[in-house]
Design a protein around this ligand. Structure first.
Ligand code: ZN
Length: 177
């Protein structure tokens, strides 16, 4: 495994639509393993392949809604499609590719995704709260959309400070990828 460089918003690759993954091989495993390491190193809750310069439809989302005493775990989503949404949530969202900035984004409260695992097997997974927000944020990345393009407004410096260590984004695991 190796750490990959996380690209920032200015990189044109983050604004391009990504192509489906068709080969479930060693090269994909390497990408996913590297992304896992990169995500853990950045202490984030989600990461999309284009953020590490690969314009393919693969994302990681950290499932943080786990029973007390259990560790959050990473869900690998290859070629993910959002197939069902329910409700609405509004909150601060951040992104590892937009360091230090946060914005208010409306997302569904509950999201079901259909995707493939690293071996190509299809599965469905439902997430709520932060996990639902991450599913949306990460699949947006695959369309070349960064959250700053759909947020209602960016938070001010004071508001970010008020969030303290509790909220944030990909950066601290509280609000999104
Ligand atoms: Zn992001």
């Amino acid at each position: 495994m190796a750490l990959r460089k996380i690209l920032t918003d200015e990189d044109p690759g983050l604004h391009k639509k990504c192509r489906p993954i068709t080969a479930f091989n060693e090269r994909l495993f390497q990408l996913l393993d590297d992304m896992q390491e990169t995500l853990a190193n950045a202490d984030g809750v989600g990461l999309a392949a284009p953020q590490v310069g690969v314009l393919r439809r693969a994302v990681l989302v950290l499932e943080t809604n786990v029973p007390e005493g259990e560790e959050p775990y990473v869900i690998e989503l290859i070629n993910p499609e959002i197939i069902e949404t329910e409700g609405e949530q509004e909150g601060a969202e951040g992104c590892l590719s937009v360091p230090g900035e946060f914005g208010v984004v409306k997302r569904p409260a509950k999201v079901t995704v259909r995707a493939q695992d690293r071996n190509g097997n299809f599965f469905e997974v439902t997430g709520e709260g932060l996990t639902a927000r991450c599913f949306c944020h990460e699949t947006d990345h695959l369309e070349g959309i960064v959250f700053t393009e759909k947020c209602e407004r960016m938070l001010t410096e004071e508001e970010i400070q008020a969030l303290g260590g509790e909220h944030g984004g990909e950066n601290d695991g509280e609000e999104t990828d």
